[in-house]
Design a protein around this ligand. Structure first.
Ligand code: FAD
Ligand code: UDP
Length: 375
């Protein structure tokens, strides 16, 4: 009998398990995949750490999260600066003076601000109600048309008028020449890969891979006092209220016999016609060097194709619109009635969490659990 059965070895499960083990509890983890780490899993190909489930750049402003995660890995100084490719025209991301100069020929921050204001006024937007209006009000119609509309509609499979404004607010807009994608005090990639980092977190914890909790629920439940479930909440309840919507992603990964394919870790294809959303060239997360500091003669790239989730696909992105928020709230009520089961993580809480937020959320859960035990 274990104190905790943790379903899912992604970051939420890994933080919870690590903290509980350190607090003297017994923990069993299961994952239906053949490896640990959830979506941050990396695998070695040609001496390169490949981000199997899409590019993962760690960034945070949360001191507690940074102090926590750096116990398990040293992070390099990688700064994310994706390039947008619109029909062969290249633009700097996120939206900054390099982008505005390339788009309009403007040279000063004042000229750029005036151009954005002119386009926003022409569009007649005062209070943005959806992603399209929010985007135009932040950066104007030209940038919306070339760098946002096509990419977003491919990524989410819905018109921008039907998407929530908050999605585009993830991206900074700067009237400076700073093309760092994130406004975070700390940023980087764990040296040696995310898998090694999670291995360090899970040291001494029993993990059963290739084990689908939902397919063996009764027998696994019998092994532990409390279950921490980080899979999809609607799947847990066998979709009895209907399925929540997710976006899935297909990764097409190729080894190329050349040292440099695109010269950058991420290139976003922002036009509607190119079928993929972005191409990741993994070696540039680590400056083209392997674990021993040697240059790699080959390169590995992944094209990402976004699609609507259907049963059997991996759910990646919750689609946070009103319909799904209402349905999730119904599932949350069911979850509250489950005895000795805690739901957490991107899928368990149906929330568009970044890695640092998922770690913060798991640490907060640990605080609550430890507090309850003490009182
Ligand atoms: P997951 O990593 O999804 O882990 C859940 C685990 O549960 C999985 O291993 C799964 O196999 C397992 N599981 C599910 N159901 C069952 C079951 N029935 N039985 C057993 N096991 C089960 N965040 C950033 O901060 N920076 C980024 O650059 C970034 N890029 C991203 C790119 C993509 C394409 C995606 C999809 C996400 C990205 N994120 C990024 C977000 C990041 O991946 C998440 O915040 C984080 O990985 C969530 O951890 P988790 O433990 O909640 O979920
Ligand atoms: N986005 C865009 N053009 C880009 C990059 C992003 O329009 O070149 C929009 C898109 O709607 C995306 C959102 O900004 O979903 C958030 O981007 P982010 O890179 O944070 O997405 P993620 O890394 O989570 O896929």
């Amino acid at each position: 009998m274990y104190d905790y059965l943790v379903v899912g070895t992604g970051l939420f499960g890994a933080v919870f398990a690590q903290q509980m083990k350190a607090a003297g509890k017994s923990v069993l983890m299961v994952d239906k995949r053949p490896h640990i780490g959830g979506n941050v899993y990396t695998e070695q190909m040609e001496g390169i750490h490949v981000h199997t489930y899409g590019a993962h750049i760690f960034h945070t402003n949360d001191q507690r999260v940074w102090d926590y995660i750096t116990q398990f890995a040293t992070f390099n100084r990688f700064t994310n600066s994706p390039v947008a490719n619109y029909h062969g025209e290249l633009y700097s991301l996120p939206f900054n003076m390099h982008t505005f100069n390339r788009m309009w020929g403007v040279v000063t921050p004042q000229e750029a601000a005036a151009k954005i204001e002119e386009q926003r006024r022409a569009a007649g937007i005062t209070q943005p109600h959806n992603l399209e209006e929010q985007a135009i009000s932040l950066v104007g119609t030209d940038i919306y048309e070339k760098l946002i509309k096509g990419y977003t509609e491919k990524q989410w499979g819905r018109p921008c008028q039907e998407l929530p404004a908050f999605i585009i607010k993830r991206l900074p807009v700067r009237l400076t020449f700073d093309n760092n994608y994130f406004n975070a005090r700390y940023q980087g990639i764990p040296m040696g890969g995310y898998t090694r980092m999670v291995e360090h977190m899970l040291k001494g914890i029993e993990v059963r891979l290739n084990t689908d909790y939902l397919a063996h629920k009764a027998e696994l439940d019998a092994l532990a006092h409390t279950v921490v479930y980080t899979g999809a909440i609607d799947a847990y309840f066998d979709y009895q209220l209907g399925a929540l919507e997710y976006r899935s992603v297909r990764f097409e990964t190729e080894v190329l016999d050349m040292p440099n394919f695109q010269g950058n870790a991420a290139v976003n294809y922002t036009d509607r016609e190119t079928p993929w959303t972005r191409i990741i060239e993994h070696k540039w997360f680590e400056f083209g060097l392997d674990d021993n500091g040697n240059e790699q003669p080959k390169t590995v790239i992944s094209r990402e194709y976004s699609s609507e989730w259907k049963p059997g696909d991996e759910p990646y992105y919750p689609v946070n619109n009103e319909r799904n928020a209402a349905l999730y709230n119904e599932y949350k009520k069911l979850a509250a009635q489950e005895k000795n089961v805690i739901f957490g993580g991107r899928l368990g809480e149906y929330k568009y969490y970044d890695m640092d937020a998922v770690i913060a959320s798991a640490l907060a859960l640990c605080d609550r659990v430890k507090g309850e035990v003490q009182t």
